[in-house]
Structure formats: structure tokens, C-alpha cells
Design a protein around this ligand. Structure first.
Ligand SMILES: [Zn+2]
Length: 474
């Protein structure tokens, strides 16, 4: 089966060039000047992309489908969440398998592999959340690396649940250094935050906004600093997830300037939402925007600092931390965000975003003049593929790469709404936002899976993606 995508503007992290793209089977086999070869004659299918961008499918290295959290589950399953990802132009996700206290890493990994198997619309890999560091889990890290799970996430937050102390963290980092795998860190000082939360509740400060206010920027930047110090001690690679504070970005920038192999991501919610406009909304509305790290105050300049970090490469990736919970009862899962009415500490943490990210970063980044077209692709696809061992199979349009391709119409203007998205959640954090640019057609390994408003793929199209060891250093 040969497919020709003709006459579009091919945009990668490096180049912007009008070209024909020839696909044979699952991979890209050639690029050429438009019409230079008679490829249209031999192709089984020709897609006219004139006037459109032809870009690599998005890579979202941070999603939580079906994640158990605070007595409920993230409302998107692997099936609904990856279909929504496809609609949003993301063709690869890396989700998180979870080891809970008292269980083995390998058991957790197998459970999550089983959940995803035959259910995904896009290709998927796993990071492993190591929630119980001991001799056995450290030795199981070797096995997981062999199985293509080459990154391990630790938590400096959530004492008593997924929390690791500094000694555990150092041991895991030493093991990661030995196996050329990546340590991902949820960097917040969970011990201090727990005290502030308890004191807020005692004072009767129970509204959703206190979720943000009891996790001040210093609780993030202190943890980022400590994670960097420990990673340097261990000689390990470090990737800090969901950065939201400008003080934390400064810590990452300083480490990178010293030449340390330290990476960091942020997410759309931190770039577009604020305490003033969202979390402090009337009544319980602010619960829509409760996530950790928290949404921060616009007036303190965090959004601007994050966008600047993305532009200057102090931050390398935009992921989503997609972890949706419904405001009203979910038909199957029941009460979700409402668990926290009258007590913000009980609100499940997380927001939807897997369908929004690719387009939102185009709008806020390229249309609003903060980053280049090429940087958009680097932030939403290429960099994550490189950092997490998927490049050049994923993350670019090149001869031999998987034909994961998005045809993106930069001219369409539309308004974001829950009524238009495909994620299994009953609100959009971006309701009513006017945006420019829209995903039109999506190919996964050569097959069209989204055609305009229609999903034309099949459940189970997505395959497990074993990932390589860490090879990037800056
Ligand atoms: Zn997360």
C-alpha cells in the first residue's frame, strides 16, 4: 500500500519545505520537490495537502489513562483517551505503569501492559512509577529496561502513597545511571505541603483555590534543586515533570548551564490557566483546575517564564499530564471531582489535555508569536522522542521513520468546547477559547485514522513501543 501526501508544507524540528511525501506500508520512503516524480501514478492513495502543514504526529510523554487516584480512576480509558489523542494529532503516548507499596515493579508493569493491550488507537509506551524502592525493585529495573521501559518516575510529593525519601531516590538514581535509563521526578516538597494543607483545613480554608495556595512556588523549586543535587551525585539523567513555577525553571536552567543532563517539561494548563482566572472561580468551579504541581498566579509571571523557557530550551518538552476527572458524576465511575466539596484535599488531582496540546501550543506559541513553527514540532513531538528513546522511528518526517503524520490546517478558526472534544470528561478547561489552526487528517504508521471529524481507525491499531536507553545528554 503506497500513499502520497502531495504539495504540503513539511515542517520538522529543523526544516520547513514544500514537498511530496511518499509512504510505503508503515514507513516514509521518500521526500521530493512537488511533482518531481510520478509518484501519484503508482500510489494507491493520494492526499492533497496543498496549503496545509504536514507534520510528524505528536508525542505526548506524560498521560495517565485509567489512573487510580484518591478513591476513583481517571475517566479516560486507554480506548477513549488514545482515540482523543488521535483526534488531537498525537500518535504516540507514553503512559505510566504503577508499582504500589508492597508490590513488585514487574507485576505493576504487567498489569498496565494488559490494560493497554488491544485497546489503543495510537502507539504507546510506558514509564514505570517506582512507588516502593527496595532491593527487589532495584534489580527489576534491569528487566524493565530490557522490555523497553527505560524511564522510572519517582515522587517527592504524596507522603505515604507514592513518596520516596532522598535515600530511596539516590539509590534509584544510581541504578538508572548504571542502566542508562531516565529518572523522571515529580518535584514538590510533599512533607511541607502536607503541613500547609492540614493548617489550611484547620483554618476553614476548604475551597479549591487553597489547593494552589498550599503548594507555593518554593515547595516546587526546592524539590527541583534537591533532585538535581541527587542526580548529580548519582551521575544520572534527570527529567522533571510538569514544571509550573518560574523559580523551578531557574533551577533547571542553572543545572543545564553547568552541563548536567537535566531535562524538564511543562503542560498546557500551566501556560494558559491561572489562579486569578480559573482556580479561584465561584463555588466549586475551581475544582476543574486542581492538579499538582498547581496552576499558579498569573500576576507572578509564571506563564511568561514558562513560555520563555520553552523558547530558549531551558524547557524541552510540552506534555499534558492528561488525568481527567468529571465534575458531575461519571456514568461508570460515579463521583469524581465532587469528592472534594467542602475539603479541597479530597479533590482528585488532574486535568484533561491529551487532545488539546498539539493545537494549543500551535495557537499560543506560533500564532501568538512566542515560538517558531519548527520549535512547535520540537516541543510537541521531536524532543520527547529523542529524550525517551523513540527517535527517529517517532518524532520526525524522514526516510525510514514511521509514517505518523498530521495534516494541519493553519487557517481554520474555531472555538474550543466540551461539546467538540472526544475525551471522556464533562468539561473543557479551555471552554470558549477562540483558537486558530486545526488537525485535519492523522496517519498512524501509514494508515489514516482520523479524517476531519471522523475516526476511521480501529480499536487496537496502536502498538506497544519498546523504547531505547538514554542517549541524549543536553
Ligand atoms: Zn502525572
Amino acid at each position: 500500500m503506497k500513499t502520497l501526501i502531495s504539495g504540503g508544507t513539511v515542517v520538522t524540528a529543523i526544516d520547513t519545505v514544500v514537498a511530496d511525501v511518499l509512504i510505503d506500508g508503515e514507513v516514509i520512503v521518500a521526500l521530493a520537490a512537488p511533482g518531481a516524480h510520478r509518484w501519484a501514478d503508482e500510489a494507491d492513495q493520494v492526499i492533497d495537502a496543498s496549503g496545509k502543514y504536514v507534520v510528524p504526529g505528536g508525542v505526548d510523554p506524560h498521560t495517565h489513562m485509567e489512573l487510580p487516584f484518591g478513591g476513583t480512576y481517571a475517566s479516560d480509558t486507554f480506548e477513549t483517551g488514545t482515540r482523543a489523542a488521535a483526534f488531537g494529532g498525537t500518535t504516540t503516548i507514553v503512559d505510566f505503569a504503577v508499582q504500589v507499596k508492597g508490590e513488585s515493579l514487574l507485576d505493576g508493569f504487567d498489569v498496565w501492559m494488559a490494560k493497554a493491550k488491544d485497546n489503543c488507537a495510537v502507539d504507546y509506551g510506558f514509564h514505570m512509577i517506582a512507588g516502593d524502592i527496595n532491593e527487589r525493585s532495584l534489580s527489576e529495573m534491569d528487566v524493565l529496561v530490557e522490555r523497553g521501559c527505560t524511564s522510572f518516575k519517582l515522587f517527592m510529593a504524596y507522603p505515604g502513597v507514592l513518596y520516596s525519601d532522598d535515600g530511596d531516590i539516590l539509590r534509584a538514581m544510581q541504578k538508572a545511571a548504571e542502566t542508562d535509563s531516565m529518572i523522571m521526578m515529580h518535584a514538590e516538597n510533599g512533607m511541607a505541603i502536607d503541613v500547609l494543607r492540614e493548617q489550611a483545613i484547620e483554618r476553614g480554608e476548604t475551597d479549591p483555590v487553597y489547593h494552589s495556595l498550599t503548594r507555593p512556588p518554593s515547595t516546587e523549586s526546592e524539590a527541583v534543586h534537591r533532585a538535581i543535587v541527587l542526580a548529580e551525585l548519582a551521575g544520572a539523567h534527570l527529567y522533571v515533570v510538569h514544571m509550573s513555577a518560574k523559580e523551578a525553571v531557574a533551577e533547571i536552567a542553572e543545572a543545564r548551564d553547568k552541563g548536567l543532563p537535566v531535562f524538564a517539561e511543562t503542560c498546557p494548563q500551566y501556560l494558559f490557566l491561572s489562579v486569578e482566572d480559573h482556580v479561584s472561580a465561584e463555588g466549586f468551579e475551581g475544582a476543574k483546575y486542581v492538579c499538582s504541581t498547581p496552576i499558579r498566579k498569573r500576576e507572578d509571571g509564571h506563564q511568561d517564564a514558562l513560555w520563555m523557557g520553552l523558547a530558549t530550551n531551558d524547557l524541552q518538552v510540552v506534555s499534558t499530564d492528561h488525568c481527567p476527572f468529571c465534575m458531575d458524576d461519571h456514568p461508570v465511575l460515579g463521583t469524581q471531582k465532587q469528592l472534594g466539596v467542602g475539603d479541597f484535599t479530597k479533590i482528585p488531582n488532574g486535568l484533561p489535555g491529551v487532545e488539546d496540546r498539539f493545537q494549543l501550543i500551535y495557537h499560543g506559541g506560533v500564532v501568538e508569536g512566542r515560538i517558531s513553527l519548527n520549535r512547535w514540532i520540537e516541543l510537541t513531538s521531536t524532543a520527547a522522542a529523542k529524550i525517551f528513546g523513540m527517535y527517529p522511528k517517532k518524532g520526525t518526517i524522514a526516510v525510514g521513520s514511521d509514517a505518523d503524520i498530521v495534516i494541519f490546517d493553519p487557517a481554520v478558526e474555531w472555538t474550543k468546547s466540551v461539546s467538540q472534544h472526544h475525551m471522556d470528561v464533562d468539561y473543557s478547561p479551555y471552554e470558549g477559547k477562540d483558537v486558530k489552526g486545526r488537525v485535519e487528517t492523522v496517519l498512524l504508521r501509514g494508515n489514516v485514522i482520523v479524517n476531519g471529524d471522523e475516526y476511521v481507525g480501529q480499536i487496537g491499531d496502536g502498538q506497544y513501543l519498546p523504547r531505547g536507553r538514554v542517549t541524549v545528554h543536553h
